[in-house]
Design a protein around this ligand. Structure first.
Ligand SMILES: NC(=O)c1ccc[n+]([C@@H]2O[C@H](COP(=O)([O-])OP(=O)(O)OC[C@H]3O[C@@H](n4cnc5c(N)ncnc54)[C@H](O)[C@@H]3O)[C@@H](O)[C@H]2O)c1
Length: 253
C-alpha cells in the first residue's frame, strides 16, 4: 500500500528564508502547526524573527532562527551547514524578496543588481547549497517564490518582473534535473497584504492596479502559506515543476 497522503509535516525540518515577516512568517507559523521544526532565516530582523520563534514554541512547536544574507554565497553555505549539523533539511522555502517601483529609464545598474541578487540569485545560491543535502538524504521538497508579475510584467517594475520570471524558469529546470527524489515547485502569489505592497512602498496607482483583479482584494499572508503547506506536504507528491497561483484571478493560465 502506498504511504498516506497528508498535510502533516511531523518529523520534518523546514528552512524558510525571510521568515521574520509577511508570507514567510505566516508560513513558518503554519508549518509549525503542521508539526514541522522551522528554521526562521532573517536578515537584520532579529526581534521579529525571535517573535516568530516565540509564538511557535509558545504553542508547543519547534523553531529556531538563523541570520544570513541569502545573496551571499558564504553566508548561505554557513547557514546551511549550521542547519544540517542539527538534522536533515526536508523542506526549503525560498521566500526572501524585495521590490522597487521605478521608471525603467531611471533604473540604475545597482538597482538591477540588487533586485536580481535578492529575488533570483538567492534562489540559485540556496538551491545550490541545499540540493546536495537533499540528494544525500534521497528526498526533499523545494518551494520557490515567484509572483504573478513574473507572468504579467508591470510598468515601473521591470527588474522585479524579470527576476520573478527567472524564478519560474529556474524552478522548472531544477524540477526536471532533480526529479523524482526531490520535488521542486513554485508559488506565484497575486497581491498580498504585507509591508512589501503598501502605500509606504508603492504609488497609489500601483495599489489600485493590484486591486483590479477578479477578487478585488489583497490576499492575507496565511492564504499564501496554505499553498506552501500543500506543496510541502505529501498531498502534492505528483507536483513537479509547477507554479501554483494563489492570485485572486490576476493570472488564469
Ligand atoms: N506581497 C505581495 O504582494 C507579493 C506578491 C507576490 C510575491 N511576493 C513574494 O513573496 C515573498 C515574501 O514577500 P512579503 O510580501 O512577505 O514581504 P516582506 O517584505 O514581509 O518579506 C520579505 C522578507 O525577505 C527578507 N529579506 C530581504 N532581503 C533578504 C536577504 N538578502 N536575506 C534574507 N532575507 C531577506 C526581508 O527582511 C523580509 O523579512 C517575496 O519573495 C515577494 O517577492 C509577494
Amino acid at each position: 500500500m502506498s504511504a498516506p497522503h497528508t498535510m502533516n509535516l511531523q518529523g520534518r525540518t523546514a528552512l524558510i528564508t525571510g521568515a521574520a515577516t509577511g508570507i514567510g512568517r505566516a508560513t513558518a507559523l503554519l508549518f509549525a502547526q503542521a508539526g514541522a521544526t522551522v528554521v526562521v532565516n532573517h536578515l537584520g530582523r532579529a526581534e521579529a524573527a525571535q517573535e516568530v520563534v516565540r509564538q511557535i514554541t509558545a504553542h508547543g512547536g519547534k523553531a529556531w532562527m538563523v541570520e544570513a544574507d541569502v545573496t551571499h554565497a558564504s553566508a548561505v553555505s554557513a547557514m546551511v551547514a549550521q542547519v544540517q549539523s542539527v538534522g536533515p533539511i526536508d523542506i526549503l522555502l525560498n521566500n526572501a524578496g524585495i521590490i522597487q517601483e521605478k521608471p525603467f529609464l531611471e533604473t540604475t545598474e545597482d538597482d538591477w543588481d540588487r533586485m536580481l541578487d535578492v529575488d533570483l540569485k538567492s534562489v540559485f545560491l540556496m538551491c545550490r547549497a541545499v540540493l546536495p543535502v537533499m540528494v544525500a538524504q534521497g528526498q526533499g521538497v523545494v518551494i520557490n517564490t515567484a509572483s504573478d508579475l513574473g507572468y504579467l510584467g508591470r510598468a515601473q517594475f521591470a527588474p522585479y518582473c524579470a527576476a520573478k520570471a527567472g524564478v519560474i524558469g529556474l524552478t522548472r529546470s531544477l524540477a526536471r534535473e532533480f526529479a523524482p527524489a526531490i520535488r521542486i515547485n513554485a508559488i506565484a502569489p497575486g497581491p498580498v497584504d504585507t509591508a512589501m505592497v503598501s502605500l509606504e512602498s508603492m504609488s497609489a496607482e500601483t495599489i489600485e492596479l493590484e486591486l483590479a483583479i477578479p477578487q478585488h482584494r489583497f490576499a492575507q499572508p496565511e492564504e499564501i502559506a496554505a499553498t506552501a503547506l500543500f506543496l510541502a506536504s505529501d498531498l502534492s507528491r505528483f507536483y513537479c515543476g509547477q507554479v501554483l497561483g494563489p492570485n485572486g484571478g490576476s493570472v488564469m493560465p
